[in-house]
Design a protein. Sequence first.
Length: 185
Amino acid sequence: MINDALEIAKDMMDQSLDRCRRDLAKVRAGRANPAVLDEVRVDSYGAMMPLKQVSNISVADARLLVIKPWDRNLISMIEKSVNNAGLGLNCNTDGVVVRVPIPPLTEERRKQLVKQVKDHGEDSRIAIRQGRREANDLLKGAEKDKEISEDALKGGLEQIQTLTNDFIKKIDDLISNKENEILEN
């Protein structure tokens, strides 16, 4: 029973950590990163498609993304979609590829991004604590139904708390690294 509760908690915490990593990858830190464009959708022959499904996105240098569409007819739609995505990016095209220069961050924008990163971190911590709560409830229910002893309950709760602390530390490290990345540019 304790192993089941630990497995449930670990699965939920792993999902939360993965979600946090994905969310942080989308935060623009002043360097070119193709993940910034993950949410951009392009009207491709009447269907809204993710940008990465209609083109190849590469990093040309530290401040430039290059989008090479598989169909040149989509260049104007890609340019329009990126410009209207609300990312603060303005792209230009030469008829073959779309270039997306990444502008340097202002001090005000850096502070906004740090706040956004901290919000992602807090959301992840809440999800981790939710996993702990569900596992603890499972153990307490098992103890109430006399499936496990009171000592086993105490040991299980301690193991779940240790697991929770480990995942919270991982989230804190991710947040700290991303903040440093944003502030150093």
